[in-house]
Design a protein around this ligand. Structure first.
Ligand SMILES: [Zn+2]
Length: 162
């Protein structure tokens, strides 16, 4: 069954079993043509109204089981950041509970994920007032302040981006 997810960049991806496909082009008669993410692979799928109409799903490589899962977890994390008032730390921890130890191995670093969450929260315009807020350093850099019961974390935007 065809399933679609949104990539980190916001493009749609087709998920078929353990494989992901990116859109190659519009086909004829409103069809869409999808190719396996692995560029050297010949697997190709045609869809029409999100239903698979033609596929050649022989892959020349093993599936990367965790890839689909990781994409879903990251998306879910961002969604929570947007839709809830949970602290980034909580969003992060909750999301990790959905990942097997084996898959967790393939997740980006905690810093990257936390930054994802904070960015998403910022873009969504939620205040997140209790848990953290942004300020400006003396030279005008934005910084993130995270209040934990027993510690205070500061991170300048410049450092987060580096
Ligand atoms: Zn493939």
């Amino acid at each position: 069954m065809a399933k679609f997810i949104s990539s980190q960049k916001g493009n749609r991806k087709l998920v078929l079993g353990d494989y992901m496909y990116t859109k190659k082009r519009e086909g004829s008669n409103g069809k869409e043509v999808w190719v396996c993410e692995t560029r050297t692979c010949q697997s190709i799928v045609h869809t029409l109204d999100d239903a698979i109409v033609k596929s050649s799903t022989e892959h020349n490589h093993a599936p990367i089981h965790s890839k689909v899962k990781i994409s879903e977890v990251r998306l879910n994390m961002k969604r929570r950041a947007e839709e809830t008032e949970e602290s980034p730390r909580l969003v992060f921890q909750q999301s990790l509970t959905q990942v097997s130890l084996e898959d967790a191995h393939h997740l980006p670093s905690r810093a990257t994920l936390t930054r994802d969450i904070c960015r998403r929260r910022q873009n969504a315009g939620a205040s997140g007032a209790n848990a953290e807020d942004y300020g400006n350093t003396i030279n005008g850099d934005r910084f993130l302040r995270v209040n934990q019961p027993d510690m205070l974390i500061f991170a300048a935007q410049g450092l987060l981006d580096s």
